[in-house]
Design a protein around this ligand. Structure first.
Ligand code: TGC
Ligand code: FAD
Length: 388
């Protein structure tokens, strides 16, 4: 009898239904055929291939976990599998899908007016309209409650002033979901590209997530009509609820990046020979590969469990923090170990490992740093807040 599959040791595939497996295989094929051949070059040239966005839309992956307005209404595990397969190619593509679906479309779907939903969502689902999410500011990252960006009333209009930083898709977005302080607490605004007083500036010289656009958003007396505000939510719970959605996708995505590193290191170790033997035959290499494989299987099992809780409407933000913290830090350590197995070859873009490793440094920081998620969990188990 054949032993367990080195690529799915615990047969986690058996925990998925036929529809989920079909979706996973379709997205894996798309990633292998359409992303993997170009990714080394895009990363090196710091390019995001926007031309692929309508293809991703045509596959039904944008806002896929939302209902109506051209969205697929898929389950949480399906959405997670998509994140995993895209991030196995590159974190930049999972980032794109997270921002578009969970951070831009989700607040419009959940908190938007009927007019806002009809205006933006079908085009965003199709990949014809790109969105971004502006919460972080130059001086306020982990603590967005102190944001300075403000919106004040002038007649029925809103006047937006301030700046957002580190915004994924900022420079290519057709619409920005921007969170600003008002007399009525934090509110969300939909700011179309081209609005007078709104400009963007891309952030260059990144050594991580190079195949992803990251930008500043600048608002200088930017005038918006009354209908630009999201009517359905006020307070920080608006943006924080979006973060729960996107963080959920990262739980899965991180395992995709980790899997790509493990598979690359496993194959490399079987063909690279030193001291007259494949390096896979050395105990220390096996220790590294086994530790990677175990953490990937555990992290993927965790993702499936959290996905099923989400589908049952029982997933808490703290459980999302558990998954994000655990899976991203293990993915980063797997990428670093895989890099050592590749020796010198591990530092080139000829192999995916160092690209994933560098990308995961951003993934560890964005959507709540590992320290913030540790504090959220610490608060959940002790009852004491240690944020300040
Ligand atoms: P706190 O007092 O705890 O909460 C304020 C209100 O929000 C509610 N809430 C949530 N609601 C839904 N989901 C969540 N996850 C929620 N967390 C909190 C909370 O119940 C409360 O509601 P109410 O009704 O009582 O007002 O807020 P705080 O100011 O103490 O903040 C807590 C803290 C530090 C955990 C929060 O600020 C935080 O998570 N900071 C990290 C910031 C962050 O993650 N930024 C990410 C920016 S976006 C990004 O990185 C995109 S990268 C995308 C990519 O490319 O993939
Ligand atoms: P800081 O908050 O300044 O933190 C610096 C260090 O201090 C961290 O280690 C942090 O954990 C630690 N720290 C802070 N407070 C505490 C505390 N109370 N206790 C212990 N340690 C603490 N933001 C968006 O709004 N939209 C986006 O689309 C977006 N995309 C991004 C894309 C990329 C590539 C990157 C790198 C970031 C992106 N971000 C985005 C911003 C991201 O969310 C922030 O970088 C993140 O929230 C951390 O904020 P900061 O960088 O200002 O770090």
């Amino acid at each position: 009898m054949a032993g367990p599959n080195p690529h799915d040791f615990l047969d986690l595939s058996a925990l998925l239904n036929d529809e989920e497996r079909l979706l996973r295989d379709t997205v894996r094929r798309f990633a292998t055929e359409r992303i993997s051949p170009g990714i080394g070059g895009w990363f090196e040239r710091a390019e995001f291939p926007r031309a692929l966005v309508p293809e991703i839309g045509a596959l039904g992956l944008l806002g896929m976990h939302l209902q109506g307005y051209g969205c697929a209404g898929a389950g949480a595990v399906s959405y997670g599998l998509v994140c995993l397969e895209l991030e196995a190619a590159d974190s930049g593509f999972r980032s794109f899908v997270s921002v578009q679906g969970s951070l831009a479309m989700f607040p419009i779907r959940t908190y938007g007016s009927e007019e806002q939903k009809e205006r933006w969502l079908p085009g965003m689902a199709a990949g014809e309209i790109v969105g971004c999410f502006g919460l972080t500011e130059p001086d306020f990252g982990s603590d967005p409650s102190r944001m300075r960006t403000s919106a004040r009333r002038e007649g029925s209009d809103w006047i937006l002033n301030g700046a957002k930083s580190w915004i994924t898709n900022g420079g290519i977005a057709d619409v920005a979901v921007v969170w600003a302080r008002t007399d009525d607490g934090v509110r969300g605004f939909l700011v179309p590209r081209g609005t007078s007083g709104f400009s963007t500036r891309d952030i260059h010289n990144k050594l991580s997530l190079r195949a992803s656009v990251t930008s500043e958003l600048i608002f200088d007396d930017c005038r918006l009509p009354a209908g630009a505000m999201l009517p359905g939510v006020s307070g920080l719970k608006g943006p924080l609820s979006c973060l729960s959605e996107a963080r959920y996708g990262i739980i899965w995505g991180a395992m995709g990046a980790a899997r790509a590193c493990y598979e690359c290191a496993l194959e490399y170790s079987k063909t690279r020979e030193q001291f007259d033997k494949p390096i896979a035959a050395f105990q220390m290499t096996q220790q590294k590969l086994v530790d990677m494989m175990i953490e990937i299987q555990k992290g993927t099992l965790l993702a499936i469990h959290l996905g099923r809780l989400k589908e049952a409407g029982r997933l808490s933000p703290q459980q999302v923090s558990f998954g994000k913290l655990n899976n991203v830090r293990h993915a980063l350590s797997i990428a670093r170990e895989a890099r050592t197995i590749l020796g010198a070859n591990g530092i080139t873009l000829e192999y995916p490992v160092i690209r994933h490793m560098n990308n995961l440094e951003s993934v560890l920081t964005y959507e709540g740093t590992s320290e913030i998620h540790t504090l959220l969990l610490g608060q959940a188990i002790t009852g004491h807040s240690a944020f300040q």
